[in-house]
Design a protein around this ligand. Sequence first.
Ligand SMILES: *Cc1c(COP(=O)(O)O)cnc(C)c1O
Length: 468
Amino acid sequence: MTDLQKRLMEDQLNTELFQELVHQGVAYLREARQRHVYPTAEALEQLSVFDEPLPVHAAAAKTILHQLHQVGAPATVTSAGGRYFGFVTGGALPAGIGAKLLGTFWDQGTAMQVMSPIAAKLEGVVEKWLKQIFGLPDSTVAGFVTGSSAANLCGLAAGRFRLYQNLGWEVARKGLVNAPSLKIVTGREAHSTLLKAISLLGFGVDSITYVDTDDQGRLRPELLPEPDDRTVLILQAGNVNSGSFDDFRAIAARAEKAGAWVHIDGAFGLWAAAAQKLSYLTDGIGFAHSWAVDGHKTLNTPYDCGIVLCRDPEALRGALHMQGGYLVTGAQRDGMFFTPDMSRRARILELWAVMKYLGQAGIDELVTTLHERACQFARGLAEVPGISILNDVVFNQVVVAADSDEMTERLLQRVQEQRVCWVGGSSWRGRRVIRISVCSWATTEEDVAVSVKSFEKVMRTLQTAQGG
Ligand SMILES: *Cc1c(COP(=O)(O)O)cnc(C)c1O
């Protein structure tokens, strides 16, 4: 045994070391409720201790992890507390954190069933649960990917495969040079990750036909160009600013028989389907061919957890196929046929644990509560003089603006400086806006009330400054 191995073996079975980390982790979560949402300037300055050359000699695991905790934790963004409303950032349910922790010790690669029977098993189980909860067709299969960026890529790759197959062009072999061209159609407010997928897939973003959207960011069905068997139509369940949903029923009526491929980006919004009060928003999604959805946003699994769902298994597998003499494909599920990766960590453990922990009723309650907190936020802010709410709060997103872009920017900056809550900026329908996303199970009524107060306070000082 080498010296290094001796050290590693000692560390590996050092219960104390790992237990201390768990204690620190739980203490972090406890403090997350109270602490500043955004790191202080001092905490950020401290990060310079990491600027060092690659050490020549080994250090003790305890020392390294201690440094990471001491310097690293204060420089985190406290999205684990209840007052982080930036981007669309979900919290993490305890059962998910636990499953991830256990899975960390197991360190499973999940390319093939033979590499991790437990992961393959749970992927199959969760695939059925997802189909049920979203009300998707029986033939639907799921790929467990890093996030909706990857899920959008996979869904569109499946569409590319299928449409070309229908046209007698084997795109995996022949590529795109000389291929018949396809039409990419989407609303003006498609998420940027779709544009990335479109460019990665070789369509080129210039080939997109944009359809105008209404005042909530929904694609206007009456403006949709007549879809045909060369059309990839991309719809949205959850606009990244307003949270609005495209009118799937109206669009289905026009696209269904044309032989087009329909993909729905439902990164955070698809979960509306799981809440009785909100499922009207996703009414009609079942006519699509592929869907992208995240676990790590609305469902509050830990990062990274995304899912591509596809009702045409042959198209998804065809698009993501790989071969090699050493590959052992089983009679059961081999995860790599449903994802771009070969090696992947077993992120299914967290998704399974969270869904089982919440159950159908719990998921409904989680999603409904996010919506209610968003409505509370909007009601509270609407009463602050000088602040208006620009969107219909149908889901978890609130779009906020002051009277001018300049004032909105100032409001945003000052609210961020208060560190009571963290909200992000965006541009929407020609205006600078503040975007609030209520996406964590941890957000309470009190959190929202305190955050609204922070807006109020800032607004008062800004108006006083302006008046005087
Ligand atoms: C977040 C988001 C994505 C990208 O998902 P990731 O999980 O960050 O890769 C795509 N579409 C929409 C609407 C989103 O909100």
